[in-house]
Design a protein around this ligand. Structure first.
Ligand SMILES: NC(=O)C1=CN([C@@H]2O[C@H](COP(=O)(O)OP(=O)(O)OC[C@H]3O[C@@H](n4cnc5c(N)ncnc54)[C@H](O)[C@@H]3O)[C@@H](O)[C@H]2O)C=CC1
Ligand SMILES: O=C(O)C(=O)COP(=O)(O)O
Length: 592
């Protein structure tokens, strides 16, 4: 049996108000009803088999314990890229630190089984995020537990470069006693430029203020009031680097920050500046730094991170007399490693259980309260997508989808990313073999040339409910059920949540009302007495249970649309008999 089974991604279980974003777990005992009831299968699979989590770098024991309670844990350190690619096809989740490159090949080698990458730390520059997203793999990190450790290491290096601690230590160990050579500089009253005023940067700033330093910061995205609150002024890049006596780097490595400390930047710095880098090696052009050290622009540099880790043994930079180097130790305290291990284990277990992770890097983070409020609308969104696409006549390519949300809430107060992802899932899954989830919904839609536009109708009244209705329209297509085409020429379905359950309330220009459970039969008929009874008894004769029925008509005794919710799938014969019923002009059977 294949080692993986893909199941409903991003699902909502009415008995458990958490949204599941994705599942694909190995199983040797897939229940026979899996296809018929995917929702149950998810939980059945969890009951019968454990997922496998591969841990490729040292992780704190409390985190490993948490993982072992839920999964088979394979701790295999120092794998070569080839070994990682071989192992990954047997794993549902992978936990790494900064030393493992999670490349596109890793996702390609996983055969679709890998569903979660846990980065036990902050920086995710070692994970190919685009490849993860394309493969529908959630990436979560542990963004808070090592902040203080990294800030403290930054301060340790700052004081070390002010007083030449590393050089003096090496000299004493070499039998020398050079007191006049290692006269340092004071920190008090000096200007420190904190480059990147995020979690670590702001903690460094707070501590440097305590040491009596003037602290300025450059961060194009940081709120000025947060900086002001701890007495830090936000300034431009040039002002920061040209006025600082010390520069401490705390921005992520991105295409925009790659080698931003280059010859040009060094040429603007004060002669004798001291630089600390506890962020990422790649933000510095290392060759340019060697030149700046040699020319005396940079008096000293303390580096915890390098473009290549570990750096070459003969690295000129590491061996430079004015460089203090540590082997990427920023996060390496007992406390931080315990915290990071627990933070990432909880995130990975949650993600494997199908919960939306609060620390997701490549999926929208949806707070728990918003999630439980939106849950019935999430189910409605997927069902509307499924209905709309099944109404498209074969041969018409689905390219343009318009979604209209009617709500009394202001647009700022309604996050529709989750709903849109579910509509995309509903539209794409019935017509392809791709499994869509919150991670890959946008990518999958773009890849298929599907253009989704959103509109809001702001209603008067109390914004108690997040939404009144959702309408999904597919433009420029023909329908296999002509009545589903609205007066404006688009396939149109609209729904609402009633008593916590998704209902279909409009098809084309016909108002209907049917609970979206089981499957649906839509019939257009000439409105006349006896039709409902005829179709009802025909279904009864075929032993098909009707759970809901409603008729929408524009005027008495003219055309009407009858919607019938059925628990079982009617046989071909039963559908044929419905079609042959006098007065029924067209009908369609739709699976939800
Ligand atoms: N050496 C180590 O062991 C550790 C290193 N780190 C690294 O430290 C860095 C910061 O981590 P956190 O503070 O937790 O992240 P964060 O996301 O809280 O802060 C990063 C800040 O950088 C800012 N930023 C982005 N682009 C910028 C630019 N062009 N110029 C200036 N600022 C810019 C962002 O607005 C943000 O405020 C990351 O690269 C992380 O990987 C973090 C922990 C340990
Ligand atoms: O959290 C980060 O960004 C770090 O750089 C820490 O890296 P590490 O987990 O110690 O390999």
């Amino acid at each position: 049996m294949a080692a993986s089974c893909s199941m409903n991604n991003l699902m909502f279980s009415p008995s458990n108000p958490t949204l599941s974003w994705n599942f694909s777990l190995p199983t040797t005992s897939i229940p026979p009803f899996r296809k018929a009831n995917k929702r149950f299968a998810v939980f059945a699979t969890f009951m019968s088999t454990k997922p496998t989590v591969l841990v490729t770098e040292k992780l704190g024991e409390p985190g490993l314990e948490l993982l072992r309670n839920f999964a088979n844990v394979d701790c295999s350190y120092n794998l070569s890229p080839e070994e990682l690619c071989t192992k990954i096809s047997l794993c549902d989740a992978l936990i790494v630190r900064s030393g493992t490159k999670v490349s596109r090949e890793v996702f390609e080698s996983s055969g679709g089984r890998l569903k979660v990458i846990g980065r036990a730390g902050v920086g995710i520059d070692n994970v190919d995020l685009s490849a993860a997203t394309e493969h529908g793999c959630l990436v979560v990190n542990a963004p808070t537990a090592n902040t203080i450790a990294a800030a403290e290491h930054g301060i340790a290096l700052l004081t070390a470069v002010a007083r030449s601690i590393a050089q003096a230590d090496a000299s004493v160990k070499a039998g020398q006693w050079q007191r006049s050579k290692y006269v340092g500089v004071s920190l008090v009253g000096k200007t420190l430029a904190v480059m990147g005023f995020g979690k670590v940067g702001s903690e460094v700033a707070r501590r440097a203020k305590g040491l009596g330093m003037q602290v300025i910061s450059h961060d194009p995205y940081a709120p000025a009031d947060r900086a002001r609150a701890i007495g830090v002024e936000l300034v431009s890049f040039d002002e920061a680097i040209s006025t600082a006596d010390f520069i401490s780097l705390h921005m992520p490595l991105t295409p925009a920050t790659l080698r931003m400390f280059n010859d040009e930047a060094f040429s603007k710095m004060k002669k004798g500046v001291r630089i600390v880098n506890v962020a990422r090696g790649g933000v510095i052009d290392e060759e340019a730094l060697i030149r700046a050290l040699d020319s005396g622009i940079v008096a000293q540099a303390a580096l915890d991170v390098f473009t290549e880790e570990p750096p070459a043994k003969d690295s000129k930079l590491v061996l430079h007399e004015q460089v203090t180097a540590t082997p990427h130790l920023g996060a390496s305290t007992m406390e931080a490693q315990e915290g990071v291990a627990i933070e990432i284990a909880e995130a990975v277990v949650g993600a494997l259980k199908g919960e939306l992770a609060a620390t997701a890097v490549n999926a929208p983070m949806v707070p728990a309260e918003v999630l439980s409020e939106l849950a019935p609308f999430v189910a409605l969104a997927e069902k509307l997508g499924r209905l709309a696409v099944q109404l498209v006549a074969g041969g018409s390519g689905v390219k343009t989808v318009k979604v209209t949300y009617a709500s009394a809430r202001s647009p700022d107060d309604l996050d529709t990313r989750l709903l849109q992802a579910m509509i995309i899932k509903g539209i794409i899954e019935p017509i392809s073999s791709v499994f869509v989830n919150l991670v890959n919904a946008d990518f999958t839609a773009k890849q298929r040339g599907l253009r989704i536009t959103e509109e809001r109708i702001v209603l008067d009244g109390s914004p108690e409910n997040p939404l009144e209705s959702i309408q999904v329209q597919i433009a420029n297509v023909e329908s296999k059920f002509a009545s589903a085409i609205s007066d404006f020429g688009e396939i149109t379905v609209e729904g609402r949540v009633k008593d916590g359950k998704p209902h279909l309330t409009k098809v084309g220009s016909f108002g209907v009302d049917v609970s979206l459970e089981g499957s649906l039969i839509l019939c257009r008929q000439i409105d006349q007495p006896g039709i409902i009874g005829k179709v009802g008894s025909l279904l009864g004769e075929e032993n098909i249970n009707v759970n809901f029925m409603s008729v929408g008509r524009n005027a008495p005794r003219k055309q009407a649309v009858m919607t019938i919710g059925v628990d079982e799938e009617p046989s071909r014969e039963a559908l044929k008999r419905i079609g042959e019923t006098p007065a029924i002009e067209e009908f369609v059977f739709l699976k939800l």
